[in-house]
Write a protein that binds this ligand. Sequence first.
Ligand SMILES: NC(=O)c1ccc[n+]([C@@H]2O[C@H](COP(=O)([O-])OP(=O)(O)OC[C@H]3O[C@@H](n4cnc5c(N)ncnc54)[C@H](O)[C@@H]3O)[C@@H](O)[C@H]2O)c1
Length: 270
Amino acid sequence: MNNLFNLTDEIILMTGGTGTIGLAFGEALLNAGAKLVIWSRGKTVPLEEIASKLAQKTGAADRIFAFKVDVSDKGSAEAGLQKVIDEVGPPSVLINGAGGNRGKAPFIEADLDVFQDVLKLNLLGGLMIPTQVMAKYWIENKVEGSIINVASATSFMPLSGVWAYDAAKAAVLNLTMGAAKEFAPHGIRVNGIAPGFFIGHQNRDLLYTDFEKGELSERGKAIINHTPYNRFGTAEDLFGTVVFLASKKASGFVTGVTLPVDGGYLVDNI
Ligand SMILES: NC(=O)c1ccc[n+]([C@@H]2O[C@H](COP(=O)([O-])OP(=O)(O)OC[C@H]3O[C@@H](n4cnc5c(N)ncnc54)[C@H](O)[C@@H]3O)[C@@H](O)[C@H]2O)c1
């Protein structure tokens, strides 16, 4: 059984690995034996800091590689992939982790520039560009790779006020299914993970009025009340799902699914 979840020798490429979700994925994948390559703009967190955070958690400094790549620029992603292949080796798993929300507004007041930025972040940089670049390489080189997209609870059920994020994450669910069908003849799997609510940089101010004091906003309280497990998620909650979907031995016949990891948020009823 241990072999099913052993990722030794796999090279896993993850975009946007500096946030809460990316760090959780990184920790799990490194502990399963993988080499982890992170693509980041290095804007919010310097590349060395990401690598050292993960090294501290896992003791796997020699298996962590961080490259400066802007995933919203196809040329940068293409050059980035060549550098990874030259310096680490060809990846067999792509995790599309870059993404996030910006603020919240009533529908008719939503700023349209912000709306476009959020769509662009989550759909172009967050999915299309890295997927095109990686899948093209895999198809040309007959690699049966695995793609993991990061969806959200809002992929299934809209959240109020975050209209572009809703639209983008619903599209992530849709594109996960469409790409799974498209790439299946090449043995490339495409799945998604839909985290419920985990405290990240991009949603902290929506969920807390004072994060340091642990004071929840009305929205934060409503989410907890609406989550049958009665809490936000923690990094550990994501470990098993990401390793399962990355491992061909464990999930080699699984494609096109998006797995919620949400403490029951999506099945809450009255
Ligand atoms: N935290 C949650 O509760 C939650 C729930 C569902 C889905 N998600 C998704 O998980 C992913 C990670 O979110 P998180 O909560 O860890 O957020 P975070 O803000 O902590 O991290 C976001 C990551 O995306 C990267 N990023 C942001 N803007 C970028 C840009 N323009 N170009 C390239 N990279 C960029 C950041 O550098 C960072 O690595 C996102 O796709 C987010 O939508 C988060």
